[in-house]
Write a protein that binds this ligand. Sequence first.
Ligand code: HEM
Length: 427
Amino acid sequence: MTSLVTAVRSQVLGRLARRIAGTGGPYAGLALLPDKVLWPLHRDGLDPVEQMAQRRDREPVSRLAVPFGLRVWLVTGDEPVREVLGSLDGFSNDFGRFAGKVGINVGQDPGGLGFADAPVHTRLRKMLTPEFTMRRLARLQPRIEAIVADRLDALDAAGAAGAPADLWHEFALPIPALTICELLGVPYADREYFQKLSTARFDMGDGAHTASLDAVGESLAYLGGLITEQRREPGEGLLGSLIRAHGDAIDDRELAGLADGVLTGGLETSASMLALGAVVLMDDAGMAARMRAGDDLDRMVEELLRYLTVVQVAFPRVAVRDLQIGGVGIRAGDVVMCSLSGANRDDAAGADPDRIDPARRPGRSHLAFGYGVHRCIGAELARMELRIAYPALVRRFPRMRPAVAPADLRYRRASIVFGLDELPVYL
Ligand code: HEM
């Protein structure tokens, strides 16, 4: 750990850390928006709010009332969402375009893929893609199985003697956190420390905001330290592999941005899918039985991804020219928000889209991982985690039930990644 502490203090990375820690990242501006603007992020339990369905039916491309003189569009239909996300030259994700708007400044650019356009995005994505091939991911499978088995034991211990155990903290969050440690190549000795940091950065509970910002800075600094070490001696994980393959063609800042993007993209998303999936399985005995038997596992996981759509909206896009989406005129400079949770409940999903139906055979794939060039790079890894964890959970605890009434589950109020902050269960 000593070498790490030294590396963490490295001046360059310290600056990088402070830059991000002091700002709260690109979504910090959300805190400035009034509640009525944030309604697309609200949910009624597991379902999108009713207003979403009304908009989708009547006006799938509609204006959002926002302050700061911004023109912001909400896109809720399956087809227009694909039009926006699939457009190669109509929209930009570039962070620079948001600077000066919604309380964001250019220094808050988190790096990584989500807020970059071609050619930067194309170059970085090409570097990262080989790390997510099925062949590379197969290497992780036995590790994920071991992590899941270990977390089931931890959950069991927490629920010993009939006490409620918190499935969020014991199971849902550590599984993706430890998987990402494995993926990145975080040394074993540091995993507990890194997992705590990862947990803290996403903890937006009352009063935790500042601690969260500190944790973002600390984890970036940690990643920076790791990069310094791996430049000297590349390890087996993603960071070492990128350094071996690209050397100085990727600089430390880009590497830290990619690693942090993997952490941001792959932790809370998978954790929320695990927790909310458990809520569904505790409520639906038929589905839990099928999951236990392993029948049609892939299809069940896809339906859970569609139904829960934890990433509620895609990264904001800015129109780079005047264009039409779903027959509606969008002006250059307008911001477009695509509601993935709204679009995934479109009739395009097949009959009765608000119902979870493991036998559903939709004509096209869901949008829970997005669409187009920014589509989730970690989709196969996420699927692997879910396909291992759900059946193992319902097999180990066939009588598991929530320890609070469904109405008392504490869902997040307005979060880009929908989820719970705790999930007390009786095993
Ligand atoms: C169930 C879990 C997950 C869900 C629902 C999810 C969802 C998404 C969505 C919707 C996008 C596209 C956003 C847009 O176009 O604006 C995205 C992008 C991304 N995801 Fe995931 N994700 C998950 C897991 C992961 C994992 C496990 C990783 C990596 C370990 C990851 C890394 C990323 C990255 C790096 C991007 C940016 C890609 C780009 O801009 O080119 N995600 N994810």
